[in-house]
Design a protein around this ligand. Sequence first.
Ligand code: NAD
Length: 354
Amino acid sequence: MKILITGGAGFIGSALARYIINETKDQILIIDSLTYAGNLESLASIAQSDCYRFEHLDICNRAKLDHIFAEFQPEAVMHLAAESHVDRSIDGPDAFIETNILGTYTLLETARKYWQTLGEQAKKTFRFHHISTDEVYGDLHGTDDLFTETTPYAPSSPYSASKASSDHLVRAWLRTYGLPTIVTNCSNNYGPYHFPEKLIPLTILNALEGKALPIYGNGAQVRDWLYVEDHARALYKVVCDGEVGETYNIGGHNERKNIEVVQTICRILDVMVPNKPRNLVMYEELITFVTDRPGHDMRYAIDASKIERELGWSPQETFESGIRKTVEWYLANEEWWRRVKDNSYKSERLALTR
Ligand code: NAD
């Protein structure tokens, strides 16, 4: 298969690209505008493959997208390009509206025009797979409720509202134009190559440096955590075997309070890195509660039984195994995260894209 992946230099997109190159014979073309979240160094291990190609491109650039589609002739599009950090969406929503809504619209229109030129058989097998989040469902307040594929949308932040908009556009392009689309909504991901502004890498790296471990409010917010490589396997399964027009929720059955996540990392580090900074006895001493995020969702929890039942996917990692692997990865890959933290990953970008 020839798969066009948007946002492939990001956290999940790069995990998906590594999975496809390492585990399949498919060809991929990544398009990514390399915002602060895009990092070509996350793709270095596959960049020499004959099945890999990269184009430095914004998904809002219609003319260049048209050209790339015509030249590459994708059989599937996996759309991950997005602005993805909730805090940034509160500080400055413009880029979220631009990329997540207008960018998705531009990509849909490009895909639709291209798809209309295909022969009957290729039209039937073409897939536009939109990768979205469980945050479109808003939050849960009971302890037993789960988000299912039919839970009504009730997004809370500019990020989740922009993703909800893009989900609606994707479904409308199927209903109105017949473009064969599939949507997946996934819970919080964690794992290797995660940008250090997100909770899990931030906690690991701040702890190693003896810095405060900030927790919003009282830390009682619950998230369902999925190891990123499990997500990549699920996405590939969906693009290959998913039914057109369907939505699949993807989750890890790993609900944890934010405070529990941070405490777990601290305890793993107590064992793996006993030589602590600042004469600490335990890394937990660094935990600091900070003013809660406005509109902060209380609990997310995914019912992933549909993808398990219909496509035979289930996560391979428990939270305990995945978080251990993640901490080990950050300890073994200091060069990757140091270059993100001091911004030197940006200076290599143009050289690497040539
Ligand atoms: P990320 O922020 O790590 O990566 C996003 C990528 O998109 C980056 O490489 C960035 O350069 C690229 N990009 C941004 N704007 C672009 C534009 N206009 N044109 C081309 N490329 C652009 O995000 P992620 O965590 O890898 O998430 C990927 C997708 O999965 C997003 O759509 C997100 O909503 C969704 N998702 C993420 C999570 C999670 O926990 N991270 C959970 C569920 C769903």
